[in-house]
Design a protein around this ligand. Structure first.
Ligand SMILES: Nc1ncnc2c1ncn2[C@@H]1O[C@H](COP(=O)(O)OP(=O)(O)OP(=O)(O)O)[C@@H](O)[C@H]1O
Length: 861
């Protein structure tokens, strides 16, 4: 490994003065890329009005006007316009929601200013700032390297080259790339528009995103329904011609029917409902990076979580120290450097030496600013600094006299971190990774480490080596070590993890801990939070079964702990579970976790800790790093998925009710009059139906959301189709055609006769009213797939109450406000018509409840 270091000059080492930085920021402006201006609104709208389908409809509208049916022409035009505007508004809002999500997680950078290490917003970087980088960091400006410790950068986003490039002092690092190995400090040479990335961003702007898998699936649904609509149109055309209608009139009516039945509004409604889901998740600290992850989250069946920070608080404190001279107990509060170390006097110096060595082999520090102690970097390393201060070691002073000459940063292969200071090497790391490099470790060291881990402590071994010739790289230097002792760090479990684990178990979601930590530590924490399964399986990464099927078998025992897992183990585990049909959520925070995060159905990274590389590869970022937040996100994902099914069920039922009159008319060869016309269908589709469908998309999660297994995959499955075509649709058809026929018969109509226009309009008004009222009842029925509508508290979805109120007002308008009744061919129903139309409500509610009851009875053993 190439290692080079030149100590930065005295001015550079302290970084810019804060005042100077602020002045420069005012002069050169913030370090942001020119924002990619969204395309003009009129352009987006125009796109919705001119796609292939819309153009066909425009042509049909013109034809209709020419053929002397202006009301049909206008109606078709209204459909195109309303659908276009509707799709535009929803897409626009969903895009906005996605933008806001991005803004929630601003990029940060670590700099040195006035000699202090600070975290600043990447946008505040200015030329000549001294930036401190560690493996996993995103590079936020163009930089010149002044100090390099075995660094490599991933420049694939700029050059397409996927092999990381080794970089040494004086070379350039470019904004938008990632440091994937080592540690470095570098000076900012260009920010914002001046960076190389800005030039490239200019080129790629306007590139279109590929459609998401969900969009592809939904498009399929829309296509199937559209095909049905076209078929119905064709049957209609044939029948009309057989009955002697003029071909052009028949043709246009057929187009009208087809238009009416195609659910163009479906896709945007789904998108909006995903955006709602994403917004709710963001409100609960779960940030999805793509909208369709909302839906995938709902179908997660297996969660692999790590430990530190997710199950535990990531508030480490060194509580035990062991040296060859004896044990020590550390007492103190949080990061307060005051505290006490209980140990025999003879051991004090050994403990102090160990603590100093541990801090030197770290980069995390505690520093004092404005009278406050503040942690910087890895909380575990900060805890070691606290330990050193409690042992009475003035680390900062000694560090100033003894600067590091080489650093071998921690990586998940070596499991060690080492620093060379002149003729001394300081090392800390996982006990087995350090003890194996000590020729003569104290005989009981390994046993002590195991005992500490068994109590749930994270254990580090600290060692040193003295002598000339150091600085030749970790492989050469990290040998013949002399063990200084062990440190046990406590990191208490988060309080509400236990509950979240229980929720997962009721939701049929399997769990596993996949951690880089020691088996003893991980097993103890798993036990404490109730995650360890009844079989108490704790296995190390290297002992995992070589065969993927056997690996999946092992993990299917719920609550398995995989300790000392390497990044490649995470990738294998993900693949093996996916091959079993699991939808896998996998957490990761390190640079090397990126492949596993990409492979997982839901890759989860941490917003508070963890690397930028992992966040970039993830689908979900936990702002609070908390395991319970994963469970919340899954719950909201399921709720969103259920809502999409709810309004699909609602919408398709309406289509059945709209189709039936045409089928009845066509199948009887016109002997049974057409109960509703094309314009009435349009009034239903783009009038009364829209708001309740949207309101169903906002149904809040309920107690049942997380009870039982996830329903994966299909939005429209057998259950939805049975409900639509077997229960809800027929109930509405029965009520509407029943009302229609009864009004006709009461008005003196006989089979195969043409009813007079007034009677037909009154009967048609009754049929129309029945469908609207049936849909009203249907909206409440669709709120649950298992409970009768009247068992669900209506106040839980006030939007729906508002939506049905509007629906009723619209019904009144369509029936009474001229010229609408004349245009729609539907008059105010007669008293009998009203009465029968009103039966749609109990018909829909009761048949739905009966079906739900029957299904429940079936489900019982
Ligand atoms: N900064 C460090 N310096 C030295 N050793 C470390 C450091 N961080 C971790 N280790 C050692 O490496 C082991 C693995 O750590 P790593 O951070 O890879 O685990 P992880 O998978 O992130 O753990 P978790 O699941 O707890 O988040 C630890 O148990 C510890 O012994």
């Amino acid at each position: 490994m190439a290692t080079s270091a030149t100590a930065p000059g005295p001015v550079r080492a302290a970084g810019l003065a804060a005042e100077e930085a602020a002045g420069r920021l005012r002069r050169v402006g913030p370090n942001v890329l020119p924002s990619s201006r969204p395309p003009a609104i009129w352009r987006l709208l125009a796109r919705q009005l001119t796609h292939f389908f819309a153009l066909l409809l425009w042509a049909a509208a013109v034809l209709a006007v020419i053929a002397g049916m202006p009301e049909l022409g206008v109606a078709i035009a209204v459909v195109v316009l309303v659908n276009g505007v509707f799709a535009f508004v929803q897409e626009y809002r969903a895009d906005r929601a996605a933008d806001r999500l991005r803004d929630l997680m601003p990029a940060a950078a670590t700099v040195r200013r006035d000699g202090h290490r600070l975290t600043v917003a990447a946008a505040d970087l200015v030329p000549d700032d001294l930036v401190l980088l560690e493996a996993g960091d995103r590079i936020s400006a163009d930089l010149a390297v002044v100090e390099a410790h075995a660094i490599a950068v991933d420049e694939s986003m700029l050059t397409g080259e996927s092999v990381p490039r080794r970089v040494t002092v004086d070379e350039r690092l470019f904004a938008g790339t990632y440091l994937v190995e080592g540690a470095a400090s570098a000076i900012v040479v260009a920010t914002g528009q001046q960076t190389r990335l800005a030039g490239i961003a200019e080129l790629t702007r306007g590139a279109t995103r590929p459609p998401s898998p969900l969009a592809v699936r939904l498009n399929r649904v829309v296509k199937v329904v559209a095909a049905v609509a076209v078929a119905v149109g064709a049957v209609f055309l044939g029948t009309a011609m057989l009955l002697g209608a003029e071909p052009i009139v028949a043709f246009l009516l057929a187009i009208g029917v087809t238009v009416a039945l195609v659910p163009e509004g479906l896709l945007p409604t789904v998108t909006l409902s995903l955006a709602w889901g994403a917004r709710r998740m963001a409100g609960r600290n779960a940030l999805v990076r793509r909208l369709d992850s909302v839906e995938t989250l709902g179908s997660v069946t297996f969660i692999c979580t790590d430990k530190t920070g997710t199950l535990t608080r990531n508030e480490m404190s060194a509580v035990e120290v062991w040296t060859a001279l004896g044990a020590a107990t550390v007492r103190g509060v949080g990061y307060q450097p005051t505290g006490q170390i209980d140990t025999p006097a003879a051991n004090r110096d050994a403990v102090a030496d160990l603590a100093y060595a541990a801090v030197r082999a770290s980069s995390g520090r505690l520093s004092r600013r404005d009278g406050q102690w503040q942690p910087h970097g890895d909380p575990m390393e900060v805890a070691l600094h606290v330990l050193a201060l409690r042992a009475g070691v003035d680390v900062s002073a000694r560090e100033r006299w003894e600067p590091a000459t080489a650093i071998y940063p921690f990586d998940s292969r070596r499991l060690r971190y080492a620093t060379v200071v002149a003729d001394t090497l300081y090392v800390k790391g996982a006990p087995e990774a350090v003890l194996s490099r000590c020729p003569a470790p104290p005989p009981d060291a390994a046993a002590v480490a195991r005992r500490m881990a068994g109590r749930g402590l994270r254990v580090l071994a600290v060692a040193t080596r003295r002598g000339p010739g150091l600085g030749a790289g970790p492989e050469r230097d990290e040998r013949e070590l002399e063990l200084l002792g062990l440190v046990g760090l406590a990191d208490p479990p988060r309080p509400d993890v236990g509950q979240a684990v229980t929720v997962c178990r009721t939701a049929g979601i399997r769990l596993a801990i996949v951690t880089g930590d020691h088996a003893g530590t991980a097993g103890a924490i798993a036990e404490q939070v109730g995650l360890l399964g009844p079989d108490r399986i704790v296995v190390e990464g290297r002992d995992l079964p070589a065969d993927d099927a056997a690996l999946a078998d092992l993990l299917e025992h719920d609550g398995v702990v995989v300790a000392r897992a390497r990044p490649e183990d995470k990738l294998r585990i993900t693949r093996a579970l996916q091959a079993r049909g699991h939808v896998v959520a996998m957490t990761g925070d390190g640079v090397n976790d990126a492949p596993a995060l990409r492979q997982a159905d839901i890759g989860i990274a941490m917003g508070a800790s963890g690397s930028d590389v992992a966040r970039e590869a993830a689908d979900l970022v936990l702002l609070d790093d908390h395991f319970a937040t994963i469970v919340t996100a899954v719950e909201l994902g399921r709720a969103t998925f259920t809502n999409i099914r709810r309004f699909l069920t609602y919408h398709l039922t309406d289509n059945v009710a709209e189709l039936a009159p045409f089928l009845a008319w066509a199948l009887t060869g016109g002997a049974f009059p057409l109960a509703i016309g094309v314009l009435q269908i349009l009034a239903l589709d783009i009038g009364t139906d829209i708001l309740p469908a949207l309101a169903l998309g906002a149904e809040p999660p309920n107690a049942r959301t997380l009870a039982g297994r996830a329903r994966t995959g299909q939005l429209i499955d057998g259950a939805v189709l049975r409900r639509v075509f077997g229960i809800l649709g027929p109930a509405e058809v029965l009520a509407s055609l029943g009302a229609f026929t009864a009004v006709l018969l009461a008005g003196g109509w006989r089979w195969a006769a043409s009813p007079d226009a007034g009677l037909l309009a009154a009967a048609s008004g009754a049929a129309f009213t029945a469908i609207v009222l049936g849909q009203l009842a249907n909206a409440f029925a669709c709120r649950s797939a298992v409970r009768p509508a009247w068992r669900i508290d209506p106040r839980r979805n006030p939007l729906l109450l508002g939506a049905v109120a509007v629906e009723l007002v619209l019904l009144g308008v369509f029936l009474t406000v001229p010229p609408l009744p004349g245009l729609l061919d539907g008059d105010l129903p007669t008293a009998l018509g009203w009465l029968l139309a009103a039966t749609a409500v109990p018909t829909v509610l009761l048949s739905d409840a009966a079906a739900k009851r029957a299904r429940r009875a079936d489900a019982r053993p």
